[in-house]
Every structure is written in structure tokens, then in C-alpha cells.
Design a protein around this ligand. Structure first.
Ligand SMILES: O=C(O)c1ccc(O)c(O)c1
Length: 242
């Protein structure tokens, strides 16, 4: 087994607080009592391990995976790519990255999403991949639409993609959201605003990356993710992935 050194626990002092009254559903969801910290055991520090054999060829292609290649999703074609790194800037290979997102009109394929935007019959909205030996990952997808949500009178979510990552182990789980460079809604979003340090929020905003865009096909956005350490990627303000 590769020795990754001691597991650095999530530093709760710098991640967004679970309780943030500007984000209304966080109020009922956040704990009333201080959290208890427990020592991790080998089961949190050594697994789970994922093999490439479980993945289908289209699992990281959200444009085609819902129809198994039969018909493409509607929307602006984009590549989202980057590297998964640890606190020493070392690549993290063989890590499972899962994403989920709204369609081009800003609607999720979920029974609770009743927004006016139509469902796209050719778009499911979920994908997964495993990082390669350089910690690299990529997803081909469509740009998700912004959408309104019931919070304050007229709140809109910026375009975003949800990310879940298992690093070397359960103890390095990260759940967060990626935003897009230049989206003016980021500065109005109460969920983005739960991250109080602007430079930390900026790390969730993927820059446009022409070096990876393919002419006459797709634009690319680069999103590097750091698990733990000073430059760690922020969690979203939830309790998942303790
Ligand atoms: O927790 C929520 O209420 C909530 C609402 C809208 C979102 O886009 C989201 O990611 C979470």
C-alpha cells in the first residue's frame, strides 16, 4: 500500500460554517451542539479504493451518457478538467470524482425540481471518473444554466457543478461546487457567500482555459482541487464528508 503519510483532518476553522442565516436551509440543517471530534481508525484512513474496471466508457461524458451515446444533450459544450492534489502539491491518483449538475436551462433531473425550464430528454446530469496516475481528470459536459431558488425574494444560483471526491480515503472526502469565471451571479449568491475569504471562494471559480478547448467543438474550464493543507479547496457549507 502506498504510504500517504498521516491523515490531515479537515480544518473546520477555515471552511464555511454549517450555520449561515443568509442561506436559509442551513439554519434548520446545522447542529445545535458543538461537534465531537473522534480519532480516525484504519477504515477511514485506508479506503475506499476504486478500480477503473467499474467505470463505463461514457461515465465522464455527460453529453452522451444518459442516452448511452444515442443522442447528445442540448447546451454549450464544455470540458471541465484539472488535477487532484494533496497538501504537498502531489497528484492524487485513483481517486473517485463524481459530479452532478442542472441542464442547460437550469433544471435538475430530480422529482423535487419543478422549475419552468424543460427537462432535456438527452441529459441526466451525473458523471464520474477516476483520476489517472498524474491526478488528472476530465469531464465533457454542457454548461449548466443558472436558476432561481427560494431563499430571499430573488435569489439565483450561479452556473455551478457539484463535485464529490474521495481522496486516498473516506477521511479525505470533499464535497463542493465549481463556479465559472466571469459569472456575475457568483457575487450575489448566498451559498457562495458562506465562504467568507474571497481568495478561498476564488479557488472554486474555474478559469476559462483555451489551452484545452477544442476548436469548433468545446470550450474548456480548469478546476484543480486540493485536499487538505493551506491551499485546500473549500467544502460547501454542509455537513457531508465529515
Ligand atoms: O440547500 C439548498 O437549499 C440548496 C438550494 C439550491 C442549490 O443549488 C443547492 O445546491 C442547495
Amino acid at each position: 500500500m502506498t504510504d500517504h503519510g498521516p491523515l490531515i483532518p479537515r480544518n473546520r476553522a477555515i471552511h464555511p460554517e454549517p450555520y449561515d442565516p443568509g442561506y436559509k436551509t442551513s439554519v434548520a440543517r446545522s447542529p445545535f451542539l458543538p461537534l465531537l471530534s473522534m480519532e480516525s481508525t484504519p477504515s477511514e484512513e485506508t479506503g475506499p479504493r476504486f478500480g477503473h474496471t467499474k467505470l463505463g466508457a461514457l461515465d465522464n461524458n455527460l453529453i452522451l451518457n444518459w442516452t448511452k451515446g444515442a443522442a447528445p444533450a442540448v447546451g454549450e459544450r464544455i470540458l471541465v478538467h484539472g488535477r487532484l492534489l494533496d497538501e504537498m502539491n502531489r497528484p492524487i491518483p485513483n481517486a473517485l470524482i463524481e459530479i452532478w449538475q442542472a441542464n442547460a436551462g437550469g433544471r435538475y433531473r430530480h422529482k423535487k425540481d419543478t422549475y419552468f425550464a424543460p427537462l432535456d430528454p438527452n441529459f441526466g446530469g451525473c458523471g464520474r471518473t477516476i483520476t489517472d496516475e498524474n491526478g488528472y481528470y476530465e469531464f465533457l459536459t454542457i454548461r449548466p444554466g443558472a436558476y432561481p431558488w427560494p431563499n430571499r425574494a430573488n435569489d439565483w444560483r450561479p452556473m455551478h457543478i457539484h463535485f464529490s471526491i474521495f481522496g486516498h480515503s473516506f477521511g479525505q472526502r470533499l464535497i463542493s461546487q465549481m463556479y465559472f469565471e466571469g459569472d456575475p451571479l457568483i457575487n450575489h449568491c448566498p451559498i457562495a457567500a458562506t465562504i467568507k475569504d474571497r481568495s478561498q471562494l476564488d479557488r472554486l471559480v474555474a478559469p476559462l482555459d483555451f489551452s484545452k478547448s477544442r476548436p469548433l467543438d468545446f470550450l474548456a474550464y480548469k478546476f484543480d482541487i486540493v485536499l487538505r493543507g493551506r491551499r485546500q479547496t473549500m467544502f460547501e457549507n454542509k455537513l457531508e464528508g465529515m
